[in-house]
Design a protein around this ligand. Structure first.
Ligand SMILES: [Zn+2]
Ligand SMILES: [Zn+2]
Length: 277
């Protein structure tokens, strides 16, 4: 479904995070000087009072200390190339024409998306990072996820997408939260990949009830027709960014909508993946 209405374009505007709208009012030399002094002061304070690692609480200039950063992103997990579920050797399937490994479910009933890259399982302690990003507006977590997703992408052999889009929020949720946590990952990731990012291509046109309490089939019905495409995606390879992938039903519905609008390939980039339902 393609929607070309003024309303749908307006809808996408708040997808830009609140931080985007924080500008000094005047672009004058004095304003620039003030801004320079202010950012230097912020850097000075940051060095004088080092903050804590978001995971272990040790003193750290960065969001994660070196120890945590090295420990949690290098889990030796084999994942399904399509849905990123962890694969045990016994559940791994490898079709003859494909060098990548897949889970049995994706081979029997392939989802609408083609690929998923996930950094790690959604479990302690990394789940706290997703909570910080989603509910406490700790946008630096988005940058951290983006950096690691970029490294994972570089090693993946996947082709570079033509455009990067964040999983859209419904207007109501966007207004109540004030920012889209997926956009906080998508924008820096697109910059690192040197790919165009666009939060206005897809919109969430239907508010859906919380997915976590629903079974797989109900989830699928719950998100059908939840999205509308308002940009031209014909022939494009679209990269979809989300913070957490649970059942995959929402990403499947979005990919289905993109493919119905002519997208050639859809690749998901998610920070954390729930291992099982
Ligand atoms: Zn740490
Ligand atoms: Zn799979």
């Amino acid at each position: 479904m393609r929607v070309f209405s003024a309303a749908s374009r307006d809808f996408s505007d708040p997808a830009v995070m609140k931080a985007d709208s924080i500008h000094l009012p005047f672009q004058t030399p004095i304003a620039a000087r003030v801004r320079g002094i202010a950012s230097a002061a912020v850097r000075l304070v940051a060095h004088a009072f080092p903050s804590q690692c978001a995971l272990c609480g040790n003193l750290s200039q960065e969001l994660l200390c070196d120890g945590c950063d090295a420990q949690y992103w290098n889990e030796p997990r084999m994942r399904c190339a399509t849905c990123a579920l962890p694969l045990a050797a016994s559940t791994m399937r490898r079709p003859r024409e494909d060098v990548r490994a897949h889970c049995a479910t994706c081979l029997e009933a392939p989802p609408a998306f083609n690929d998923t890259l996930a950094l790690a399982d959604y479990r302690a302690p990394l789940d706290t990072l997703a909570v910080e990003l989603k509910f406490r507006a700790r946008l630096a977590v988005g940058e951290l996820f983006a950096r690691h997703l970029h490294a994972l992408f570089e090693d993946s052999g996947l082709p570079v997408p033509d455009v990067i889009v964040p999983m859209p929020l419904s207007r109501a949720r966007l207004v109540s939260r004030g920012y889209n946590q997926a956009w906080a990952i998508a924008r820096p990731l697109a910059r690192m990949m040197r790919v165009r990012s666009d939060a206005s291509i897809v919109a969430r046109v239907r508010h859906t009830s919380a997915q976590s309490r629903l079974d797989q089939e109900t989830r699928r019905r719950n998100v059908a027709d939840a999205f509308a495409v308002s940009g031209d995606v014909r022939g494009l390879h679209v990269g979809v960014i989300d913070d957490v992938m649970t059942s995959g039903a929402t990403l499947d519905a979005l990919a289905r909508t993109l493919k119905c609008s002519g997208a050639r390939r859809v690749s998901n980039f998610v920070a954390l993946r729930t291992p099982q339902d």
